[in-house]
Design a protein around this ligand. Structure first.
Ligand code: MN3
Length: 215
């Protein structure tokens, strides 16, 4: 999340930290181009449009807008939650991926915490896949550090972020159909398996350390 941290209106499209085809064959170039350049750009544009006439919000970060959304004027609150969530969640998702075989397994404190909470890495992956499959319609599955300081798998609907839940995201998968339909068609399970191949465990470790530190 380094890209968005401390940024505020007008929000800009943060470039992918790798080439559009870098995640092939697991996530294809066309999906990445549409997902980043079209879907994310639209959330950025719509968030800026919602905030344009509210200068008192122009120095708020994306995290502040989502965490303190009850303080956002009611007239634009839903637009800020949906589009701000769309910006935050997508930037997290893209930064949480990397070419296959790079950073392909967790280590250190995160691996120890996953093993303690779920029994093993494989047991975690199975539980996470089940939750990601169970999202009805559009949303996300996340591994978070919850408000009790424990690792937990949670899901969110649409573009809701985990921030209002006082949860700190370690890793997360976008299971909207636009994330996989061109390559995996309707088979979300195959997409989840492929997503695990390009999950950037190093970024997950960094997120985990930050989540534990800020508590
Ligand atoms: Mn998406």
């Amino acid at each position: 999340m380094e890209g968005r941290m401390n940024q505020h209106y007008p929000f800009e499209l943060v470039p992918l930290p790798y080439a559009y085809n870098a995640l092939e064959p697991y996530i294809d170039e066309l999906t990445m181009r549409l997902h980043h350049d079209k879907h994310l750009q639209t959330y950025v544009n719509n968030l800026n449009a919602a905030l344009e006439s509210y200068p008192e919000l122009h120095n708020w970060t994306i995290e502040q807008l989502l965490y303190y959304s009850e303080r956002v004027p009611e007239k634009i609150r839903t637009a800020v939650i949906n589009n701000g969530g769309g910006v935050y969640n997508h930037e997290f998702y893209f930064a949480n991926l990397a070419p296959a075989a790079k950073n392909s397994a967790p280590r250190g404190n995160l691996l120890a915490a996953i093993s303690a909470q779920f029994g093993s890495l494989d047991a975690f992956k199975a539980a996470f896949k089940a939750q990601a499959l169970a999202v009805f319609g559009s949303g996300y599955a996340w591994l978070v550090v919850n408000k009790d300081g424990k690792l937990e798998i949670i899901t969110t609907k649409n573009q809701d972020s985990v921030l209002p839940l006082c949860a700190c995201p370690v890793l997360g998968i976008d299971v909207w159909e636009h994330a996989y339909y061109l390559k995996h068609y309707n088979v979300r399970a195959d997409y989840i398996d492929d997503w695990f191949k390009v999950l950037n465990w190093q970024s997950a470790e960094q997120n985990f350390e930050k989540c534990v530190r800020v508590r």
